[in-house]
Design a protein around this ligand. Structure first.
Ligand code: ADP
Ligand code: MG
Length: 729
C-alpha cells in the first residue's frame, strides 16, 4: 500500500547484455578475461619479455624504458583485440576513490593519418594534469608537477573501452601524493623486517608477503528515492529523518533471504568482478535493512587494495543498471548499523607459512608467539596513529554506535592466546622455550591447538581482533581506502620488528644466548603491551573510563585525531621504515584537514538548504492548514465548544512554531559559524573550528526537524522517509 508519493515501485532491472553469462559458462571460463594477467602476458609477450617482466614483478626490480616498449606493445595488442580504444593511468589520490585521465590510443602518423600507438614511455610514466588533486602544498602548479608511474605488480585491466594501468602518483621531487606509494613502501618495510625475524627460526625464508582480505559493507537504495533526497545525493548520508517504527530490531534482514532485485544486481556485480580478476567469494545481508556485504579471497596487500578500489567503482556502475544507488558512507542512516570495511591482515612467507598460524609443530609456535606479541606491541605503541588512520568526517558517525567498534583502539586475542601469553609471562625460560637436538627453538608451554576455538567466539566489539590465523582490523570505514590503515599498520609492525631484532641483539651482545634473549624480550613486551589487550565489552561506558586510565588514546575529535601522524615517535617510525618522510606526513595531514573541513562544510550547506527551502515552507503550509481549521471551528461552533475543539490544533501550532523558530535561528547561527571558520587560513585550525563550532548544529537542527516529521501531515512531507528508504520491495 502506498504511504506517500515516494514509495519505490518494483522495477525491472535494466541489465546490460555484456554482463549476462549463459548458464553453461563457468566462472573459470571468464575469470580474469579483462586483466593483463600472466596468462595474457604469456600469450602477447615474447618469452624473453615475459620472463624478465615476471621476474621484475616478483623481485621488485625496476624496469627499463626499452624493455617497457616491448611490454606496451603486447599490452596494446591484447587490448585492441578486446575492442579497447583508450588507455588511462589509474591512481589513488588522497581524496576518496580513484582518478583517471583517458587518452585515445592514436597518434598522427606524419602522413595525414592516424596510427594506434602506445609506447613504453606512455605505459611507464605520465603527467596527468592533476594540479587539482590535493597535495597539501607539496606540489603546486608553479613548483613541480606530479606524475603517475606504472606499478607492474598490479596487472592492467579493461573497463569498458579503456585500458587501465595501475600507477603510483608522486611529485617530481619524489614525495607520495597518493595511497599506493606509501602502501607499497610499507609492505617492503614489513618484508625486510619480518624476514630478519623469521631468520631466528628458519633460515630459508627469502620473502615475507603482507596479505589483506577486506570485507566491504554497503547499502543499496532505490534510485528514485535517492534522487528525491538532496542529502543522499550530495553527502551520501541522511542529514534528516526520524527513525522508522521498524528498523533492525528483529534482525530479520540478517537472516533473511536476499531480495530478488538485489540478487540480480549481485550476480552481475560478481560476474564483472570475476572478469576483472577480483576473487569475490562471500555475499550476504548485513544487520541493517538494505545493507549487504561482499568479501573476496585475500590477496597480496597492494593488489587487494587495488581490487577494493576497483570494486567500489564497478559496484556503482552495476547498481545504476539495476536502478539502485550504492551508499558507501559509513553511516547513511541514524540509529541503524553503519558500514565498515574490515581489513583482515596477515603475513606469509615465500615458503608458504602464515606467520599468524600456530602451526603443526612446537617450533612454529614460538615464531607464532613472536609475531603475535610484536604486532600487539606495535598496536599498543601506535594506537593513536591507527585510530588516526581510520578517522574521517564520515566514519566518525559510525564508530561507537550500533555494533561498530568504539573510537578507542584495543585488541582482542581470545581465551587461548591470552592464556598462553599469561603463562609465558610467568614462566622461566626452561619452561617456556625448549631447544631440541637440532638447535631449533620451540615453545615449551603446552600446545596451541591448530584450530583455535576462539575463532568462532569472536568479540565483535573489538576494533582489532585476532581471528585464528590473522588479525581483523574492524575500525576502517566502508568508504576508506584500505591503504590508509594498512600502511600505518604495516609500518608500525615493521618498526616494531626492527626494534625486536635490536633488543634481541643487544642482549646477545651482553652474553646471552639467542634463546634467552628472545625469551626475555618477548616477556617484557607481553608485560608492556598489556594495556592494549581488552576482551570485554567495547561498547560500555566503563571501558571508556578504563581505557583512559590505561593511557590509550581516547581523543574524539577527528581533526585532533590526525595530530597522531605528527607526533615525534610516529615521524621517527615512518622515517625509520622509509615509508613517509616528515614533509610528506605534514602535507598529507593538510589534505586530511582540508577534506574533513569540506565534508562538514557541504553537509552544513545541504542541511541549511533542506531546512529553509524544503522543510520549513512545508511546515508553514501545514501550520496554515491548522490555522484554517481553527478559524472554521470558530465560525461553526459555539464559543464553549470551540474552546474544547480547537485545543489540540492550537497546541500543535505552538509546538510547530517553536520548532520553526529553533530551526531558522540555528541555521542562521550555523551560517555565521561557517563564515567565521572560513576566515581561518590555517588548515588544522579551520578543521577544528568546523568540528567544534559548525558540526554540532547538524545534530541539533536535525532533532527539531525529525520531531516535525512526526507532526506534519505525511502526504505533505517533502522527503522520502526512513521506512521508504530502508525497506526494499
Ligand atoms: P567474517 O564475516 O566472519 O569475518 P568473511 O568470510 O566475511 O568472515 O571474511 C573473512 C575475510 O578474511 C575474507 O576476505 C578472507 O579472504 C579473509 N582472510 C581469510 N584468511 C586470511 C588471511 N590469512 N589473511 C588475510 N585475510 C584472510
Ligand atoms: Mg565479516
Amino acid at each position: 500500500m502506498s504511504t506517500s508519493r515516494f514509495y519505490a515501485v518494483e522495477k525491472a532491472s535494466n541489465r546490460k547484455a555484456v554482463w549476462a553469462v549463459t548458464p553453461s559458462q563457468k566462472v573459470s571460463d571468464y575469470y580474469g578475461e579483462h586483466v593483463f594477467n600472466r596468462r595474457a602476458m604469456k600469450k602477447y609477450l615474447s618469452k624473453e619479455t615475459y620472463e624478465t617482466l615476471t621476474q621484475a614483478i616478483d623481485t621488485g626490480t625496476p624496469i627499463g624504458r626499452e624493455f617497457a616498449n616491448h611490454v606496451a606493445a603486447g599490452m596494446r595488442m591484447w587490448a585492441l583485440e578486446k575492442g579497447v580504444t583508450h588507455y588511462t593511468h589509474w591512481f589513488q589520490p588522497l581524496t576518496d576513490g580513484t582518478a583517471e585521465k583517458h587518452d585515445a590510443f592514436v597518434e598522427l602518423d606524419g602522413n595525414g593519418g592516424m596510427i594506434e600507438e602506445f609506447s613504453g614511455k606512455l605505459l611507464v610514466q605520465q603527467e596527468p594534469d592533476a594540479s587539482s588533486f590535493p597535495s597539501g602544498g607539496l606540489r603546486n602548479t608553479f613548483e613541480a608537477r606530479g606524475y603517475s608511474a606504472w606499478d607492474p605488480s598490479s596487472p592492467a585491466f579493461i573497463v569498458d573501452d579503456t585500458l587501465c594501468i595501475p600507477t603510483v602518483f608522486i611529485a617530481y621531487t619524489g614525495e607520495a601524493l597518493d595511497y599506493k606509494t606509501p602502501l607499497i613502501r610499507s609492505t617492503e618495510a614489513l618484508n625486510k623486517a619480518a624476514r630478519e625475524v623469521c631468520h631466528y627460526f628458519n633460515e630459508d625464508v627469502k620473502k615475507v608477503i603482507t596479505y589483506l582480505g577486506w570485507e566491504q559493507e554497503y547499502f543499496l537504495v532505490d534510485e528514485d528515492l535517492y534522487s528525491a533526497r538532496p542529502d543522499l545525493s550530495l553527502t551520501e548520508r541522511t542529514l534528516l529523518g526520524h527513525e522508522s517504527a521498524k528498523n533492525q530490531q528483529l534482525d530479520d534482514h540478517y537472516f533473511g533471504s536476499i531480495p530478488t532485485r538485489v540478487q540480480e544486481f549481485m550476480k552481475d556485480l560478481e560476474v564483472e568482478c570475476y572478469r576483472l580478476g577480483i576473487p569475490v567469494k562471500t555475499r550476504h545481508n548485513e544487520a541493517a535493512p538494505n545493507q549487504f556485504e561482499l568479501a573476496p579471497i585475500y590477496e597480496e596487500c597492494n593488489l587487494a587494495n587495488d581490487h577494493n578500489q576497483l570494486l567500489l567503482s564497478v559496484m556503482k556502475r552495476v547498481a545504476r543498471h539495476h536502478n539502485f544507488r550504492v551508499l558507501l558512507h559509513e553511516k547513511p542512516f541514524m540509529g541503524i548499523n553503519g558500514s565498515g570495511k574490515h581489513c583482515n591482515w596477515s603475513m606469509g612467507t615465500d615458503t608458504g607459512i602464515n606467520l599468524f598460524s600456530p602451526g603443526k609443530n612446537r617450533e612454529d609456535n614460538l615464531r607464532f608467539i613472536t609475531f603475535v606479541v610484536n604486532t600487539i606491541m606495535a598496536v599498543y605503541k601506535f594506537n593513536a596513529l591507527l585510530k588516526g588512520s581510520i578517522a574521517s568526517a564520515t566514519n566518525v558517525h559510525r564508530l561507537g554506535a550500533n555494533e561498530a567498534p568504539p573510537a578507542i583502539i584495543s585488541s582482542f586475542l581470545g581465551r587461548e592466546i591470552t592464556e598462553i601469553l599469561d603463562k609465558f609471562e610467568n614462566s622461566s625460560i626452561e619452561d617456556a622455550i625448549e631447544v631440541d637436538e637440532k638447535k631449533r627453538l620451540h615453545l615449551g608451554i603446552g600446545q596451541i591447538p591448530e584450530l583455535l576455538l576462539d575463532n568462532t567466539d569472536r568479540n565483535r566489539t573489538s576494533p582489532f581482533a585476532f581471528t585464528g590465523n590473522r588479525f581483523e582490523f574492524r575500525a576502517p570505514g566502508a568508504l576508506a581506502n584500505c591503504g590508509s590503515p594498512m600502511l600505518a599498520l604495516n609500518s608500525a609492525v615493521a618498526y616494531q620488528l626492527q626494534q625486536f631484532v635490536k633488543d634481541v641483539e643487544a642482549l646477545k651482545r651482553g652474553g646471552k644466548s639467542k634463546e634467552v634473549a628472545i625469551f626475555e624480550v618477548l616477556k617484557s613486551y607481553i608485560k608492556t603491551s598489556k594495556p592494549i589487550r581488552f576482551d570485554g565489552n567495547g561498547y560500555s561506558e566503563e571501558w571508556k573510563i578504563e581505557a583512559q586510565s590505561r593511557g590509550l588514546d581516547c581523543e574524539n575529535s577527528v581533526p585532533l585525531q590526525y595530530d597522531a601522524y605528527l607526533k615525534p615517535e610516529v615521524i621517527q617510525m615512518f622515517e625509520a621504515t622509509e615509508v613517509l618522510k616528515k614533509k610528506e606526513l605534514e602535507a598529507r595531514n593538510e589534505v586530511k584537514w582540508e577534506v574533513y573541513t569540506k565534508k562538514v562544510q557541504i553537509e552544513a550547506r545541504v542541511l541549511g538548504d533542506l531546512s529553509l527551502n524544503h522543510i520549513i515552507p512545508v511546515v508553514i503550509r501545514y501550520q496554515s492548514v491548522l490555522l484554517d481549521n481553527i478559524s472554521k471551528l470558530k465560525e461553526t461552533f459555539s464559543a464553549e465548544e470551540y474552546e474544547t475543539l480547537s485545543a489540540e490544533p492550537r497546541r500543535l501550532i505552538h509546538k510547530i512554531a517553536g520548532h520553526i523558530n529553533a530551526v531558522t535561528r540555528m541555521v542562521d547561527e550555523m551560517i555565521e559559524a561557517r563564515k567565521k571558520a572560513n576566515r581561518i587560513a590555517e588548515m588544522r585550525e579551520k578543521a577544528i573550528a568546523y568540528h567544534d563550532e559548525v558540526a554540532p548544529y547538524l545534530d541539533e537542527i536535525r532533532q527539531h526537524i525529525d520531531e516535525l516529521e512526526l507532526m506534519v501531515d505525511n502526504q505533505m512531507w517533502p522527503l522520502p522517509k526512513y521506512r521508504e528508504l530502508l525497506f526494499m520491495r
